[in-house]
Design a protein around this ligand. Structure first.
Ligand code: PEP
Ligand code: MN
Length: 348
């Protein structure tokens, strides 16, 4: 990490970046404090960067061991940057003073379905509409979302129209590099699903769009792995990252009664480790609608910056994940209670 002096010029920063390039390293520069800090990106283990100290404008060269540095809270606090970063999406702020509720169906199924759902979840208090077009299904025989049909672009367009019609931002999953441009054309936030958390090429590619990225934790990933993979997005100079805890693989031999094991502790741990907002998806964690309320309350009480909940007016008709979807009426009650919990927690 190369800390520039307060008076360093742009040319001096550029010559540091040039030198890193000569050493085979990329660089991300932050000016979050009153000085520029250049973070080398790449394997610097065999490179001694101490000679950079003699470069004009360089104040300090610091060796950092953490596998994630660009999103590391402690490191930034050492630089005098005490901040909970807020990810802006249109008029919303993830990580701000109020929880943000993302809601909608698992998959966009038709124009009627997404418009009807958008109006209902908006009325319930949601401000971001979700809907997958490229669904990551385990079975090739299962409904893959409309992304695999000739209706991919129409589905994304309906999602956009439903968002605009209700004044909501929209989020949709990118399942592969070939989907990036199409999803980015219509969605405000690009979702990287659990199964793709380890897909470094995809992370790099979505980061380059400059759009906010909702990164879901892989169900087998430690928190350190989760944050290390989030760093791939930050390494492209994009720190508009919303981290999402969605449950990990259950432990033990007997029945766990839920689809995944919701790691509530991950919320405060991630907040201590990074300055990025973290939200919780109780739907994919629980896998059943009767637990969504209690999981949501726990998430907000733990300090989550928001929730992503599957909801639609007629869950029984949903082509994917109907068993875990709640109705907009249930969502409304849930949001009212969560807002109360959030306020109580902030006052403690
Ligand atoms: C989803 O949110 O649509 C989804 C597929 O979730 P996950 O990637 O967490 O399984
Ligand atoms: Mn789903």
């Amino acid at each position: 990490m190369i800390i520039m002096s307060v008076t360093a010029t742009k040319q001096q920063v550029d010559s540091v970046i040039k030198e890193l390039d000569k050493c085979g390293l990329d660089a991300v520069t932050t000016t979050s404090t009153n000085r520029a800090v250049v973070f080398p990106v790449g394997d610097e283990s065999h490179t001694d960067l101490s000679h950079l100290l003699s470069f004009p404008g360089v104040k300090e060269v610091m060796v950092v061991e953490a596998p994630y540095r660009l999103i590391n809270r402690e490191l930034h606090e050492r630089l005098g940057w005490h901040l909970d970063y807020k990810v802006r999406v249109r008029d919303l702020e993830f990580g701000g003073s109020k929880p943000i509720y993302i809601a909608g169906p698992c998959a966009v199924e038709s124009k009627f379905q997404i418009l009807r759902t958008a109006r209902a979840v908006k009325a319930a208090g949601a401000s971001v509409l979700r809907g997958g077009v490229f669904k990551p299904r385990t079975s090739v025989h299962a409904f893959q979302g409309l992304g695999n049909t000739g209706e991919a672009e129409e589905a994304l367009f309906w999602l956009r129209v439903a968002g605009d019609d209700t004044g909501m931002s929209v989020v949709s999953e990118v399942r592969g590099e070939s989907n990036v441009n199409l999803v980015a054309k219509y969605a405000d936030i690009l979702q990287i699903g659990s199964r793709n958390m380890y897909n470094q090429d995809l992370l790099t590619r979505v980061a380059k769009t400059g759009k906010p990225i909702l990164l879901k934790r892989h169900f087998g990933a430690s928190i350190e792995e989760f944050l290390s993979l989030a760093e791939y997005i930050a390494a492209q100079g994009n720190i508009n990252i919303i981290l999402c805890e969605r449950g990990v693989v259950p432990v033990g031999k007997g029945k766990s009664f839920t689809r995944y094991l919701l790691d509530i502790g991950a919320v405060p741990v991630i907040q201590k480790e990074t300055f990025l907002p973290v939200i919780v998806d109780p739907s994919h964690a629980a896998g059943r609608r009767d637990l969504i309320k209690s999981f949501s309350y726990a998430a907000i009480a733990a300090g989550a910056s928001g929730l992503m909940i599957e909801s639609c007016p007629s869950p029984a008709e949903a082509r994917v994940d109907g068993q875990q979807q709640i109705t907009p009426d249930e969502l409304k009650d849930l949001i009212i209670t969560c807002n109360g919990i959030s306020q109580d927690v902030r006052e403690v």
